[in-house]
Write a protein that binds this ligand. Structure first.
Ligand SMILES: [Zn+2]
Length: 716
């Protein structure tokens, strides 16, 4: 006999083929219908997660909210998940995943006095290896997921043990067929659940209810279940909850099949579509993290500190919402994006306000009065900063002339004027600084004549065909970087590092593939490099050119005596059903590949399969390693010597790959317009994980710099 736990639920996408306002309407309608089912069917239990859904009822239907609170207290309404929404799980940072749990758990504890202990991400596209460790840390015991499905990842039975990268283990259940099922007759759905059930357990789950746009279990479905409780040989249908199921199989936990690490592969098109949303999300998460670090380091007054932290919490609510799995994944309807961008923008401005308030309040409090023109640099990180910073200074329309930088003790600080944002007499300065964790330094802008610079050594060489220092030499050509040598050893094949466009006729999710197999439509050629910076601290070149119908600017720079290549790509992307890729063609096949993922790293095979990556990827040879660090691209493959990063992707929005009639909706393509992406290619004999993690974080969390001219006598 197998007990089939019938789980009445309603998957609700707050944004997908509709905007967030429709998401609120569907949440209220679904929760209301579920409360009515609880009234009508005494044995019915409704299963529902995500604090955001309940917040809508609390705000707009307090009567309904009170009923839900009563059903929860009576055990008729089971809260799963404990997160704010069901987020995308490939792109968010570890801190965003932790915030999902913290904000959700705090809400459910406060409003319902419950602590959900079953993770619930039934529609998310892939699950990171960190998840069991993170869930166990927060007291979770089990997890329910829907994807990847059986055709994407082989798991022997629906119920299994899932072990995380750090070794924590929880019970897990992969929903069979779908979380949503609309037909009144559930026979076929139940039989599919039975086909994936381990007979030895005697229990499995079957999820039913109208989903996606809400709805929930219907009367016809409940009547059907009650009529067929014992209608099938060897099966008992039981109105139930996930908790009852996991309690029933708990004695068999150790006999469940073990699955280790990340649960992939699912919808690789979602790693790159809607790049601007992904980048705003990633940089927004880092901004709020940096704001919190700034408050902790600088705000000593308890009232001031708690005011800042409350504002950061509120800003996170916006980013937790836009972290939803049809927003960050890039799969929503065209009309939804404006509001999503505005929510990300609201979080950004709140984060910027906290950073500004915390730093300026501190500066006024902590820095002595001065008549000098000062540049303040604050290291918000918990490790020392030893590197270069850039900042622009306002000179009252004067030219820089013989001004120079010095420490407050009068020691000259080597600096270089580098490409400013605008041409109108706002110099941009590059200089090196060392700052302890959570501390600040002051650099003075002083008028000449400058003292003699002690350190004038410069190993930089730059021309339209060469960018080099004592460790790295890059040959430049019309296709990009045509050669690169590290201590004289060639690292690239003749194809080098270039940009390419590839046909991509897959749907918005790329549901039917795990790799890009279509042909190239264009490769960069005929470009010329122009020297922009010549040292003594940094040398750089720039190419402005066209690729397909898109205009681009590609900037490369090298610091002196430093084995890193900094790349910036600005592109006005105007391609349809096309991928923009950065191709790195290596001289020899790597022996090992490590990709950073939320909360850690995973070793992955050298394969043409596309994978999501977070922050960096490293390829190792016997005696040299290369790591590409970026917060602006999230999708790659490494196949033999071909290291290929997918930067942009342009299918029609929310398009399932069919060819609808002309009057069934217009095509609007993703990723059109201006994009700005930055990369750092690190090269060394060994590139430790910890150093790469810090470098990746710093790509999004630069030291905070600002001018302090309060109190100075003008003109300068
Ligand atoms: Zn969904």
């Amino acid at each position: 006999m197998t007990v089939v736990h019938m789980i009445g639920n309603a998957h609700i996408d707050p944004v997908w083929l509709w905007g967030w306002q429709a998401g609120v309407d569907e949440a209220l309608a679904t929760l209301s219908a579920a409360a009515d089912r609880c009234d009508e069917y005494p044995d019915f239990i409704f299963t529902c997660g995500e604090a955001w859904l309940y917040q809508q009822a609390e705000r707009l239907r307090p009567d309904l909210f009170t009923r839900i609170q009563r059903f929860v207290a009576e055990g008729r309404w089971f809260i799963v998940g404990g997160t704010y929404i069901q987020p995308d799980l490939n792109l968010p940072t570890e801190m965003a995943l932790r915030r999902q749990v913290r904000h959700g758990q705090a809400y459910f504890q406060d409003r319902f006095a419950v602590q959900p202990r079953i993770g619930y991400n039934v529609d998310c596209f892939g699950h990171p290896a960190l998840m069991p460790d993170l869930l166990a840390e927060y007291g979770y015991t089990a997890y329910v997921l829907g994807r990847p499905g059986p055709s994407q990842m082989d798991i022997p039975f629906a119920a299994f043990r899932w072990r995380g990268a750090a070794g924590a283990e929880i019970s897990a259940f992969r929903i069979v067929d779908s979380y949503a099922y609309s037909l009144p007759d559930l026979r076929a759905h139940i039989m599919q659940a039975m086909a994936q059930a381990d007979p030895a357990l005697g229990h499995t789950m079957c999820f039913y209810g109208v989903g996606d746009h809400g709805g929930g279990p219907t009367r016809l479905q409940l009547d059907w279940i009650l009529e067929h409780r014992t209608a099938f040989a060897g099966i008992e249908l039981r109105l139930s909850s996930p908790q009852a199921f996991f309690d029933a199989i708990a004695p068999y936990h150790q006999s469940l099949p073990l699955v280790e690490g990340e649960l992939q592969h699912c919808f690789p098109g979602c790693y790159s579509a809607m790049g601007d949303i992904k980048r705003a999300q990633r940089h927004g998460e880092h901004l709020l993290d940096q704001a919190e670090r700034a408050v902790v380091a600088l705000s000593s007054d308890p009232a001031e500190r708690s005011r800042h932290l409350a504002k950061i919490d509120a800003a996170w609510n916006d980013l937790l919402f836009t972290g939803f799995h049809d927003i960050v994944a890039g799969t929503a309807t065209p009309t939804a994006w404006a509001s999503c961008r505005a929510m990300q923008g609201r979080a950004r401005v709140m984060g910027e306000e906290v950073v500004l308030d915390a730093t300026r309040l501190w500066a006024h409090r902590a820095l002595p009065p001065s008549h000098e023109h000062r540049i303040i640099v604050i290291n918000t990180d918990d490790v020392p900063y030893d590197g270069f910073v850039e900042c622009e200074t306002w000179m009252d329309f004067e030219l820089w002339q013989d001004r120079f930088l010095s420490t407050i003790d009068g020691l000259s600080v080597p600096f270089q004027q580098v490409q400013p944002d605008v041409t109108h007499r706002v110099p941009r300065l590059l200089f090196r600084t060392c700052i302890p964790p959570g501390a600040a330094t002051t650099v003075l802008v002083r008028k000449g004549p400058p003292p003699p610079i002690q350190d004038v050594s410069c190993d930089l060489a730059v021309s339209p065909t060469l960018l080099a220092n004592s460790q790295l030499a890059l040959r430049l050509g019309p296709t990009g970087i045509t050669g690169m040598a590290f201590d004289g050893r060639p690292l690239l094949s003749a194809r080098g590092i270039s940009l390419q466009l590839r046909h991509d006729n897959t749907d918005t999710w790329s549901t039917a593939t795990d790799r890009w197999t279509e042909s190239l439509s264009a490769t960069l050629s005929g470009g010329t490099w122009e020297v922009e910076e010549t040292g003594p601290l940094r040398a750089g070149v720039c190419m402005e050119h066209r690729l397909g119908t898109s205009r681009l600017r590609w900037t490369l720079s090298l610091l002196r005596d430093d084995p890193r290549v900094f790349m910036r790509l600005e592109i006005n992307f105007d391609e349809r059903r096309t991928l923009l890729q950065l191709g790195i063609d290596l001289a020899t096949t790597p022996v090992r590949r490590i990709d950073a993922v939320p909360g850690g790293t995973v070793q992955r095979p050298l394969t043409p399969v596309e994978y999501p990556v977070q922050g960096w990827s490293r390829l190792s040879q016997a005696d040299v390693e290369m790591a590409l660090i970026t917060q602006d691209a999230y999708s790659l493959s490494a196949d033999g010597r071909s290291w290929q990063w997918t930067l942009l992707r342009s299918p029609p929005m929310a398009w399932l790959g069919d060819t609808p009639p002309i009057d069934h909706g217009r095509d609007t393509y993703t990723d059109q317009g201006v994009h700005d992406l930055r990369f750092a290619l690190h090269i060394g004999t060994t590139l430790p994980d910890a150093a790469l993690n810090i470098a990746a974080r710093r790509m999004a969390q630069h030291p905070i710099t600002f001018e302090r001219t309060e109190g100075i006598r003008r003109p300068l």
